[in-house]
Ligand binder design. Structure first.
Ligand code: SF4
Ligand code: SF4
Length: 57
């Protein structure tokens, strides 16, 4: 299961995009993070990195 981002909580800091080993996390046009479900390997790195706990696994 890919992770999900709560865009109400995400502050668009981009931290998750830097730690994702497969490039699945990117900032969308709204400036909030989005996960590419085709790429995500469910490693949890972004979940652990997000400063506002916007990502759920
Ligand atoms: S769980 Fe891992 S692979 Fe999936 S988006 Fe987060 S950092 Fe990337
Ligand atoms: S680390 Fe969290 S707050 Fe920062 S862009 Fe990713 S989901 Fe949003």
């Amino acid at each position: 299961m890919p992770v999900t981002v709560d865009k109400e909580i995400c502050i668009g800091c981009g931290a998750c995009t830097g730690v994702c080993p497969v490039g699945a996390m990117n900032l969308d046009e709204d400036g909030k993070a989005g996960c590419d479900s085709e790429l995500c390997i469910d490693c949890g790195a972004c979940v652990a990195t997000c400063p506002v706990s916007a990502i759920s696994q």
